[in-house]
Design a protein around this ligand. Structure first.
Ligand code: CA2
Length: 149
């Protein structure tokens, strides 16, 4: 049995599909989770969301010990949390930073990510479709680690 892929979501993403549909779309986080599971039949996926920084750090530690790959949408913690960045630095496998919106097209406060310098890859601006795309890319990277830059 292969080790799980962790998909971690940061603050306010539990409101997905309910508020600000012009930016974040109408798909709920539960629907995003279902899309991720459908993209990887037979693969164990741990899908979580928290509004608490310490909880996300604890889950990154869990992923370091038990996961094969990590996809994270840290939401606002992307731009504020050196603590999450420090935890992510310890992740030994492929790490994808994911954003629903194109953060670079938004206001300057959304341009400086603490996570990008420690990520294997960054996906931004594909809407919630970015999630299953990230899962498929992650499966490829786990299958062919040598080809990951
Ligand atoms: O585009 C993304 O995925 C973001 O990570 C979302 C964050 C934002 O701070 C990042 O710049 C980009 C905000 C998530 C807020 O989620 C909401 C969901 C529904 C309604 C309101 C907020």
């Amino acid at each position: 049995m292969s080790k799980p892929i962790y998909i971690l979501n940061g603050p306010n993403l539990n409101r997905l599909g309910i508020r600000e549909p012009a930016i974040y779309g109408r798909t709920t986080l539960a629907e995003v989770e279902a899309k991720c599971r459908a993209a990887a039949p037979g693969q164990t996926i741990v899908f979580r969301q928290s509004n608490r920084e310490y909880e996300i750090i604890d889950w990154v530690h869990e992923a370091i010990d038990e996961g094969s790959g990590l996809i994270i949408n840290p939401a606002a913690f992307t731009f504020t949390s050196m603590a999450i960045m420090d935890a992510l630095k310890m992740f030994p496998g492929p790490l994808i930073e994911l954003h629903i919106s194109n953060i670079h097209k938004r206001e300057p406060i959304y341009h400086k990510s603490y996570v990008s310098p420690v990520a294997t890859a960054v996906i931004a601006g594909l809407g919630t479709n970015g999630y299953p795309i990230a899962v498929r890319a992650m499966l490829d990277m786990i299958d062919q680690p040598a080809s990951t830059p």
